[in-house]
Structures are given as C-alpha cells and as structure tokens.
Design a protein around this ligand. Structure first.
Ligand SMILES: [Zn+2]
Length: 244
C-alpha cells in the first residue's frame, strides 16, 4: 500500500507536468463516478492528504485512494482497464485498482491539513494531544491511525518504533510525555527520509526493521507478529524495544 511519501511523489510528478489550471478533455474508466461531469472542467490544484491523492476543482474534489493494490501511470497505459483515466491536451493520468470518489465540496473544507505528516502545516502538538486522549491505544495502532498520523503506514510504523526503541504493544497511557513527543517527531522525520530514499530507489536498502530477520542493534532474531486492531505485520526486537 502506498504510504504518504509515495503520494507526495505522485503530486510532485503531476506538478512538474504543469497540469494545475488545465482543462480535462476526455474521461474514461470503470469507476462509477459521473465522468461526464469532469469533461471541460479545470483542475484548480492537486493535493495529497495522507494516503489520499486529491484532484481539486472549484466546487468538488476527486479523491483517489490506492488501497492495497492501487497504482498509477502518467502518459502510459496498462493492458487492464483503468478505474479512472483523465486526458488533458498534452498529458494523461491513469489510475488502476483504486477507490475513486467524487466529493461535493472543495478539498479545503473536508481535510484537516495539519494532520498530514508530510504537510507544511503539520501540527505535532495536535498529534501529541490525540495520543494523550487515547491512553488504551497501542503504539502500533496509533502509527496506523490516519486521524493522528495521516500518511503513516506499516513501513513507517515498524521503522519509527525501531528507531525510538519502542515496543509495538506499548500502551500510550504508559509512555512518558517526552517519549510520546519523540514518537511524533520521528514519524515526520522518517516520512521525509522515506520520501528521499524512495526517490533514489533506495528505500528498501534503508529498512532496519521492516521485513528484517535480525535486529541490527542486538544481532538477535526479530519477532514477526500480526499485532493490533488491524493485524498488520510487525517486526520488532524484544531486547532493545521497550514495552511501556
Ligand atoms: Zn534489538
């Protein structure tokens, strides 16, 4: 599943094509949204919020969520039918296996940009407050919670917990404030490292915990378990990651 930084890469790629302000000439795809409505409409902006890619119009917003297997191609097509294909004068954007929604409101009215870990207006104090409000929540669930850390996903979860030496089953209410602040800070830090490494095609090479078998700090086997509400894969070391 693409995490927030991957959506930022898409947004930047679309920005470079200069598609902001351009008019949609043709629309295809097996999405059930009203495709005719988009023809002749000018895109006012492209935005990202967490794992959502947003195509903004004056009065409405197209939300693309890549779910588990979604993908996109710019100026290229796959053999499989697209969920949504937007054709401009000089370029086309094709989205596959994604959830596509048309929301009857401008993006600024529906999204809290300060909750997006990649956003210029990210508010660490708001994330900290939300963590404090959920004392029974597990650290591994907090890092996948899109209301707290929009854009964080399973890779970010495993790597951040390893970085800050926190066990995924730690209860938020048991974690000292300074450590919670470190969790918030490192989630954003790691997201930007992720972005840089992904652009260099070196993301996997930099994984220290995610999909790894041996803890690089302790040289003993990692535990791999399906933890938390969502039962996503967790890789962690029982020796150097403290359980609060
Ligand atoms: Zn270790």
């Amino acid at each position: 599943m693409p995490e927030g930084p991957s959506i930022v890469i898409l947004r930047e790629a679309v920005d470079e094509l200069g598609l902001k302000g351009k008019v949609i000439r043709h629309v295809e795809g097996n999405s059930k949204i009203d495709k005719d409505r988009l023809i002749g409409e000018k895109v006012t902006d492209f935005k990202s919020w967490g794992k959502h890619f947003l195509i903004c119009f004056k009065d409405f917003t197209i939300r693309i969520h890549f779910m588990l297997f979604g993908s996109y191609l710019i100026d290229e097509q796959k053999k499989t039918p697209p969920r949504l294909s937007l054709v401009f004068d000089k370029h086309e954007l094709n989205f596959y296996t994604s959830s596509v929604q048309l929301i009857e409101a401008p993006a600024d009215e529906i999204y809290d940009w300060s909750a997006d870990i990649m956003s210029k207006t990210w508010k660490p104090t708001a994330a900290f407050k939300k963590l404090k409000e959920n004392p029974k929540m597990l650290a591994c669930d907090a890092l996948l919670n899109q209301d707290i850390f929009a854009g964080s996903g399973n890779i970010i979860k495993n790597e951040v917990l390893f970085r800050i030496r926190m066990h995924p089953l730690s209860k938020l209410g048991e974690i000292p404030d300074a450590k919670l602040k470190e969790l918030v800070k490192e989630t954003r830090n790691y997201a930007f490292d992720f972005l840089e490494w992904k652009k260099e095609f070196t993301l996997k090479k930099h994984w220290l915990a995610h999909t790894k078998k041996i803890c690089p700090r302790c040289d003993i086997p990692f535990h791999k378990e399906y933890l938390g509400r969502t039962k996503r894969r967790s890789y962690f070391c029982e020796n150097c990651q403290r359980r609060y």
